[in-house]
Design a binder for this molecule. Structure first.
Ligand SMILES: C[S@@+](CC[C@H](N)C(=O)[O-])C[C@H]1O[C@@H](n2cnc3c(N)ncnc32)[C@H](O)[C@@H]1O
Length: 357
């Protein structure tokens, strides 16, 4: 697939440069900023991210850190050899590959689907037009995801780890898994590829992402997955029909009313004893990390990261009908939770709940 897209050395060099800058930002600038913050804070450490922001607002390293974060992402997508700009030249070839026939059981796109307004209002993570409006957006997004968290050289291990956590924690026989906000299918893949006996459904708003997910599944000769266009809070799937409902990096892309709707829908979809497991970002009790995370939210066009972080997700689950809820730090790569880890990372967190048996 996508064999018609030629190699292009200036593009590869530019993208490697952006990625190396991001690694420098991650491994060198971030620890330096933290050190400078520790000195500036002294004994009387700020209690909130807003107080840290006030303390650090004139610090050159803090300003440089923010500038780098905002503009490296912009360069990655929209710069001279940005992903969106570069792949537009090969629009016809990419669209042809994405629209090639797949077995109909793999893909269910609704031609009359209406996107929620919050979704179309913003170019999420600075992707021009978001991940839904351009027919090649799924392909561009797949390329972009390779450097979102640059320490994860093999990004797939993140999704394998979520799948493992879900399967290990399931207390009932797993016959069906629903992956909400599946994007181009990377979070769905470990479920359907490693468990051919399980029926897997990936739900997503973006048709271009779903098309790529279905092509990848066809390539893998999967027999047990369906990629369906649906809003995660109103899936149209049968009540009590799933044993695991999961999402990876989706909650922070929606407003609190929608997040609460997703928890309710997760509860409705689950069979008794079923597992709800959402991977997202939560910062707890660390003013510096809150400052970094809220800054990222603003700089990367991800406005709902802040309200998600401020939400009482345990109470929201209880309101949705769950009694057992757990918030657990997530180790996205070996050693990520070790105190010796000084590089920047997302505050990865699993939000786990179980429907009463
Ligand atoms: C950061 S991506 C994560 C994709 C995938 N889960 C992964 O791990 O690669 C978030 C995805 O959530 C989708 N999304 C946002 N709001 C949604 C909603 N209400 N229902 C379904 N999908 C949604 C977006 O289109 C996007 O593809």
């Amino acid at each position: 697939m996508f064999d018609d897209i030629p190699q292009n050395r200036p593009f590869d060099a530019y993208q490697s440069f952006v990625l190396d800058c991001k690694l420098y930002w991650t491994r060198t600038i971030f620890p330096e900023l933290r050190k400078r913050y520790a000195v500036a804070a002294g004994e009387d450490a700020p209690k909130t991210g807003a107080e840290v922001a006030q303390l650090m607002k004139d610090d050159t390293t803090a300003q440089f850190f923010g500038w780098y974060e905002r503009h490296l992402q912009r360069m990655k997508y929209s710069g001279q050899h940005g992903l969106a700009v570069h792949y537009s030249q090969y629009r016809e070839e990419i669209a042809r590959a994405l629209n090639a026939d797949v077995p109909p059981r793999l893909l269910d796109i609704d031609p009359n689907f209406e996107q929620p307004v919050y979704y179309t209002n913003i170019d999420i993570h600075q992707h021009p037009g978001g991940v839904w409006s351009d027919e090649i957006a799924g392909y561009v997004y797949e390329r972009g995801a390779q450097s979102t968290a640059p320490m994860l050289k093999k990004h797939a291990t993140l999704w394998d780890r979520v799948k493992k956590q879900a399967m290990d924690r399931a207390q009932t026989e797993v016959k069906r898994v629903v992956d909400m906000g599946c994007g181009f299918g990377a979070s769905t893949y470990p479920f359907y590829a490693d468990h051919p006996d399980i029926d897997v459904i990936g739900l997503e708003l973006s048709a271009p992402c779903l098309r790529l997910a279905a092509q990848r599944a066809a390539e893998a000769q999967a027999q047990n997955v369906l990629f369906k266009q649906a809003d995660a809070m109103d899936t149209g799937l049968e009540e009590g029909s799933a044993d695991i409902v999961t999402s990876t990096m989706v909650l922070h892309e929606m407003p609190p009313s929608h997040i609460k709707g997703v928890f309710k829908e997760s509860h409705r979809l689950l069979a008794p004893g079923g597992l709800s497991i959402h991977l997202d970002f939560l910062v707890r009790d660390d003013a510096f990390k809150e400052y970094i995370h809220y800054g990222h939210s603003a700089r990367n066009n991800e406005p709902f990261m802040v309200p998600l972080n401020q939400m009482d997700v345990i109470q929201a689950h209880k309101d949705a009908g769950f009694d057992e809820v757990e918030i657990v730090p997530f180790e996205e790569m070996d050693g990520a939770l070790d105190p010796s880890m000084t590089a920047w990372r997302f505050p990865w967190t699993l939000i786990i709940a179980r429907k009463a048996a």
